[in-house]
Design a protein around this ligand. Structure first.
Ligand code: RB5
Length: 144
């Protein structure tokens, strides 16, 4: 898949690490910044990734900030985006299977590199189960 990635200053180092990890899994990565640990505003980078996914340039998104929460709140303002903060493996799989989440957000101040890799792999490799969940995701779309 083509995956758009982004981060603020708090998530920069983990974003850099996960770029290489995604490439080892065979994905193509589009890095939309930030490009250093200089202090920035996380909604700018969440919006860039969200627009890339909503516009079809990328199939999935990955955004990293301190907690994963701010970037998810911002990304979810963009129509077509279902961003899920997953700092554990259970939510990583369920957000795909039940919610058809298309953007993963991570908290670099919560998870280490090893857990972040496992969460990222789980999110990217899990599939939407559709069925009864299709109707519910359709109701989310209807809110836009
Ligand atoms: C930056 O200090 C921090 O607020 C940000 O990375 C994020 O955690 C916001 O939700």
């Amino acid at each position: 898949m083509k995956i758009a990635v982004g981060a603020d200053h708090a998530g920069y180092a983990l974003k850099e690490h996960l770029k290489g990890f995604l490439e080892t899994l065979g994905h193509r990565v589009s890095d939309l910044g930030a490009f250093s640990e200089e202090s920035v505003d996380y909604p700018d980078f969440a919006a860039a990734v969200a627009r890339s996914v909503a516009g079809g340039e990328a199939e999935r998104g990955l955004i990293v900030c301190g907690t994963g929460i701010g970037v998810a709140i911002a990304a979810n303002k963009v129509d077509g985006i279902r961003a899920a903060t997953c700092n554990d493996l259970f939510t990583a799989s369920k957000s795909r299977e039940h919610n058809d989440a298309n953007v993963l957000t991570l908290g670099a101040r919560i998870v280490g590199e090893g857990l972040a890799e496992d969460i990222t792999r789980t999110f990217m490799e899990s599939s939407f189960e559709a069925g009864r969940h299709e109707r519910r995701v359709e109701k989310i779309r209807a809110l836009e």
